[in-house]
Design a protein around this ligand. Structure first.
Ligand code: UDP
Length: 239
């Protein structure tokens, strides 16, 4: 990274799918190690980084319900999965000498801290990397919404949405060779077009709080740092 980063306080949303790597489920340690290197580099440059890891690499409540299970029980398992992901990052970052704390919306006091905005804000100001777990703490929500909520609460100047694709396209680039990537869009356009990049509640929350959403491919090594430097491919969603 060179020069002054474009953003000072960033909320990075990682999907559980990304953390599963090629294995499809669970945690791929190599992925966590690589992403931790990038998060550590951003943190060393003075960028305040909050991370929301999804839990889809373990279980999604909607899928559990689709197979005949109880939705709320499935969502509870999904939320617990996000705590495992957050602990994996805490461990990897701590090993790199980066102070990192897990704040969970679901209280698990013997393992991590329970989220309060005040405690998290203090840790953020002290330059610690914050790993937000447990989503919003409620069933029927997603970690995208949890990420937008934490970004608003923590006063982040951007929500980085790391996906498997390098931005928002006019059509699925895996299926349509003529699909074009948008450099910029408004929150309103994302909502009106029903684009599936993030759930609507998350996009609305980002819009209402004036938070830009940067959609980029997390599979590209060095992507987090590149985006902070204003380089690399992405779609920037702003007002
Ligand atoms: N979840 C929930 N409330 C939240 C966040 C997550 O109930 O506030 C549950 C829900 O079942 C969800 C699962 O946790 O499917 C994993 O989260 P998500 O699907 O957002 O993870 P990702 O797709 O980012 O891996």
């Amino acid at each position: 990274m060179t020069g002054r980063p474009l953003y000072e306080k960033v909320l990075l949303k990682l999907s559980g799918e990304v953390l599963a790597g090629d294995g499809g489920t669970g945690i791929d340690r190599a992925v966590v190690e690589r992403l931790s290197d990038e998060i550590a580099e951003a943190s060393r440059r003075g960028v305040k980084v909050g991370v929301v890891a999804g839990g889809g690499n373990f279980l999604r409540g909607a899928a559990f319900a689709g197979e005949g299970g109880d939705r709320v029980a499935g969502d509870q398992m999904g939320m617990l999965g996000t705590i495992m992901n957050a602990i994996a990052f805490r461990e990897a970052l701590t090993r790199r000498g980066i102070a990192a704390r897990v704040f969970s919306a679901v209280p698990v006091p013997t393992i991590c801290e329970t989220f309060t905005q005040r405690d998290a804000d203090r840790a953020f100001e002290a330059g610690e990397v914050l790993l937000f777990a447990g989503g919003t703490g409620n069933p029927f929500f997603t970690t995208d919404t949890g990420a937008a909520l934490r970004a608003a609460e923590m006063g982040c100047d951007a929500l980085f949405k790391g996906t498997q694709v390098d931005g928002i396209y006019s059509a699925d680039p895996k299926l349509d060779p003529d699909a074009v990537r948008f450099d910029r869009m408004t929150h309103e356009e994302v909502l009106a077009k029903g684009l599936e990049v993030m759930d609507a509640a998350a996009v609305s929350l980002a819009r209402d709080n004036g938070i830009p959403v940067i959609v980029f491919s997390i599979l590209q090594p060095g992507a987090i740092v590149a985006i902070l430097d204003g380089k690399g491919k992405s779609t920037i969603v702003t007002d």
